[in-house]
Design a protein around this ligand. Structure first.
Ligand code: SF4
Length: 267
């Protein structure tokens, strides 16, 4: 009986180092100036409004809400139906209106009738996250957005684009869920790189490493992507696709993304 021939395994392609990916993607899409946008309580309301809604619609809803009530304390006292009508331009108002009212009421209960959440910046990161996550509907992603975008703390916020890119680059394993991905990627990224990582990866996921038909042939980090060959195979992108021109370093600043498509697990 002839000896069995051992099948040669193809060597696994090493994944790009996370710092190198951030550097190249920042060169491609950046720079990403880190400027606080809203105070934490307003950011929190904005985050709820941005769930499952485009940036444009969530900004419209936020402007309409603040225009109608003036401040967050008035929103906390308002009837749900009035909040609902104010945010109807953003979609899912029936779900978001009671969520906003409940969350603001709960903050007032927990924080001595104040909606000033600036004290979170004085807390260790894990405690600040835990404080926010005790609020109804605030999971790791929303907590990360509030702490990172508003207070400049190195909290990771993983949305569906970042999650997909990180999986394809094998920065996280195939069985890692979104909750766990927050912890793993937060540990892997240097604190001062958390914001650029977030914006660079989300932009790459939206523009190049799309869920369907990623533009691997036009990917600046493709040389270090273990999924590239598979994605460019028969199940991958159409060879006839024409990559769109990419924005180069030094061009207009990428808008801050707000796309929390991954469901929060804490309700
Ligand atoms: S090579 Fe393809 S799958 Fe890999 S990161 Fe780039 S676009 Fe995504």
């Amino acid at each position: 009986m002839p000896p069995k021939r051992s099948r040669k395994k193809r060597a696994a392609k090493p994944s790009i180092a996370i710092n190198e990916a951030i550097r190249l993607l920042t060169e491609q899409y950046g720079p990403f100036p880190e400027e606080p946008r809203l105070d934490p309580a307003h950011e929190l309301v904005f985050t709820i409004l941005s769930q499952h809604t485009s940036d444009t619609n969530s900004e419209r809803a936020f402007r309409s809400l603040m225009g109608r009530f003036g401040d967050l304390y008035s929103i906390a006292r308002a009837e749900v139906a009035d909040i609902e009508s104010a945010i109807s331009v953003g979609g899912l108002a029936k779900i978001k209106a009671p969520r906003i009212k409940t969350i603001l009421t709960r903050i007032l209960e927990l924080n001595q009738d104040s909606l000033d959440l600036s004290f979170l910046a004085e807390m260790p990161l894990a405690e600040a996250k835990a404080w926010l996550r005790q609020l109804p509907g605030i999971g790791p992603k929303s907590a990360g957005i509030i702490l990172n975008f508003s207070l400049g703390m190195p909290a990771m916020a993983i949305d569906t684009h970042i999650f997909r890119v990180a999986q394809r680059l094998e920065l996280i394993g195939p069985k890692v869920n979104a909750d766990k991905a927050h912890d793993l990627l937060e540990a892997a990224v240097e604190p001062h790189q958390v914001f650029p990582f977030h914006v660079a990866f989300i932009t790459h996921g939206r523009q190049v490493c799309k869920a369907q038909r990623p533009l691997c042939g036009d990917c600046i980090i493709g040389f270090g992507c273990p999924a590239r060959d598979r994605m460019m195979g028969s199940d991958g992108p159409d060879a006839s696709q024409t990559p769109k021109p990419r924005k180069r370093a030094g061009s207009k600043t990428t808008q801050l993304p707000h796309t929390p498509e991954i469901e929060e697990t804490t309700q």
